[in-house]
Design a binder for this molecule. Sequence first.
Ligand code: UD1
Length: 349
Amino acid sequence: MSTQNISTIIVTGGAGYIGSHTIIELLQQTSYNIVSIDNFSNSNKDTFDRIKAITGKNIVNYNVDICHLEALEKTISQIENPIGIIHFAAFKSVPQSVAEPLLYYHNNLGSLINILKICQKFHISHFIFSSSCSVYGNVEKLPVTEQTPFSNAESPYAQTKQMGEEIVTNFAKSQSGFNSVLLRYFNPVGAHPSGLNGEYPRSKPDNLVPYITQTAIGILQKLTVFGGDYDTRDGSCIRDYIHVSDIADAHVKALNYLIDHKQKKSTSIFNLGTGNGVSVLEAVHSFEKVTQQKLNYEVGPRRAGDVINIYANNDLVKKELNWDPKYDLDEMMLSAWKWQLNLANEKNS
Ligand code: UD1
């Protein structure tokens, strides 16, 4: 059987939280051949079984460290007709990046440069970069639009995303026929509505929602709300939480946008948020309400590297990509809980 005409989309970090949800949407919404490159440095091999349980499809994964260019080139040369790369693979903990900045500069920027070298060498024309609302820093005017200028990065993690955006933008300008989208995620949370796939931290989570669900189920003792004295409506930080399946859906739309050459520039930038600012305490209360669980939490000191208040203006992405987030905060919390219960059942069976 000839597979000559099948186009392949490469997903780096395909076993990760957003990568795996995006693979599910790609498999369900497109007919591309999808392959993953993931060295499981912060993810689990059984994610591919979860993808199969949801979609019925097997994914080929290459266990390669993207920071190793030679190994990466060898891998890509084995892939049939690659036309696009969605680059998720990166470290993403704000506090860890404050403690270990070199790890973040090396891993997040080294891997990005290598993957762009791959695009050049193998003539791969379409590229999507996982960026973050952390590029904006602490801004004066909310909500942020894609035109809001960057303030100082509050953490090395955020700085790798600011620099990453510039690297992609400059590379795209230099290459004819290459086009790219930078997606600035606000706070992706929740799990696949089936409860069969979700965020799977390998060690103690840094992010709020897995910390909440692990506390509620008894793995962790108590949630600390980092800071109750910020200049916000209840003193805790404000974020724009967005369901991971909505984020995944935006990648499919961004990919089609690139492949159909709908954009006029070599790089387009979109905010991926709901547009709603939610405080940490409001997120906790939503979780308590929809799950009927009383959460053990206390308000504690501020966390280094935190932005105080940020949420998105998402007009541009709605218009250009025809994307509209489907899930509200309660659904985000409920799906995260369903996933946590599912994991606990698996462990007990
Ligand atoms: C940051 C980025 C986001 C990125 C994410 C990746 C910003 C504004 N956002 O998210 O774009 O996708 O990193 O990890 O920098 N919190 C607690 N207690 C906890 C954990 C968290 O109170 O135990 C609070 C934090 O202080 C913060 C909120 O919950 O106010 C969300 O934190 P987290 O889930 O870690 O994400 P961000 O750091 O906002």
